[in-house]
Design a protein around this ligand. Structure first.
Ligand code: TXA
Ligand code: MG
Length: 323
């Protein structure tokens, strides 16, 4: 057990990481649970603290796109073009790993997921240490990802020594995961970088968004990002039947539901703002006295697609107990 400290010092963060401990770190997407990616014991601690199954691989974080070549065998042109345009940023690329990346990080896969997070404190931290950071989102496995240091503290205090406090995250949903096999650009997870923005650089991409809960399809597990309370994902406000339930809506209040039972993510109709507030809204309703949560489908464009993906997964019935 630790007395968990929350602070803005990257020096303190570096000390814990050099000792092989795992800590909370801010990124522009969500908070991560970080450890030395080259130290197997530190990586194993990440899985333990999160209660994460070992078949679900971790993302490696580096301070600059030029550092990526230390850890991967090749960078295809399409990957280089995306990294040039969107790094640092909410882009994760899947590339063939060099032996220096331990298989515990990749769950035995020969590709590693790697990205440059766009957060000043974490970039400062990454420049201070001489190893990359493996970091999944800093939530217990299956639960909603954290977008503030308090969210991390709320669930992991006592289990980690330190949380680097970088305020509320800017983007609010995880990075977009892109792979480059067989000369195709494939999006495996929708996220903070929209498919439309990727296609402006690479031309049309393939989507391979696993719906299954098959452990061989790591991480894209169907039941994920879920609150403890049942969440129903509905297509239209007309399906909102229950005045006692809590609602998550995009832009317009539902006329027949009391105002205090609905969270409007962006009255201005901005999907970027909605993405930023989504996970906090889910946590807020999960902690409130509503017995059940309804979320109304968002427009299926830009970040709306990633929002709908998260809500769909949060509403799927559990295929296994989530911790
Ligand atoms: O925005 C983000 O990506 C955040 C912040 C902390 O960087 N991290 C994050 O990590 O969302 P996590 O562990 O919650 O999600 C990582 C996803 C998982 O679905 C995992 O299966 C997938 O990335 N992944 C990791 N390595 C992979 C690999 N080598 N091949 C395929 N999928 C991989
Ligand atoms: Mg996660």
């Amino acid at each position: 057990m630790f007395q968990t400290e929350i602070d803005t010092s990257t020096d303190k963060a570096a000390v814990w990481l050099r000792r092989g401990e795992v800590i909370g770190i801010p990124t522009e997407t969500v908070y991560g649970l970080a450890g030395n990616a080259l130290n197997e014991d530190a990586v194993l601690k990440i899985f333990k603290v999160k209660n994460r199954p070992h078949f679900d691989p971790l993302i490696v974080h580096v301070h600059h796109r030029e550092a990526i070549s230390r850890y991967v065998e090749t960078i295809p042109d399409a990957a280089a073009a995306l990294l040039e345009k969107f790094s640092p940023g909410p882009l994760t690329v899947l590339l063939p790993k060099k032996p220096v990346i331990p298989y515990v990080v990749t769950s035995g896969l020969d590709t590693v997921a790697i990205r440059v997070p766009n957060h000043p404190l974490t970039l400062e931290l990454l420049r201070k240490i001489d190893f990359p950071l493996a970091a999944p989102s800093a939530n217990p496995f299956g639960y909603i990802s954290p977008t503030t240091s308090y969210h991390v503290y709320d669930q992991l205090h006592g289990r980690i020594p330190y949380i680097l406090d970088g305020g509320a995250t800017d983007i609010g949903i995880e990075s977009t995961i892109v792979g480059f096999q067989n000369d195709r650009v494939t999006v495996y997870r929708l996220g903070g970088l929209s498919v439309e923005d990727i296609e402006k650089v690479t031309g049309s991409v393939t989507l391979d968004l696993q719906r299954s809960s098959d452990p061989r399809a790591p991480g894209m597990l169907q039941h994920h990002y879920a609150p403890r309370k049942p969440l129903h994902f509905i297509n239209s406000p007309d399906e909102a039947p229950d005045t006692n339930a809590g609602y998550i809506v995009f832009q317009h209040a539902l006329p027949h539901i009391p105002a205090h039972r609905q969270i409007i993510l962006s009255p201005a109709g901005d999907l970027t703002e909605a993405a930023k507030k989504l996970f906090s809204a889910m946590r807020q309703l999960d902690k409130s006295d509503v017995p059940v949560i309804y979320a109304v489908r968002f427009p299926d464009v830009g970040l709306g697609r990633a929002i709908n993906d998260r809500l769909m997964r949060a509403s799927a019935s559990p295929s296994q107990p989530d911790n």
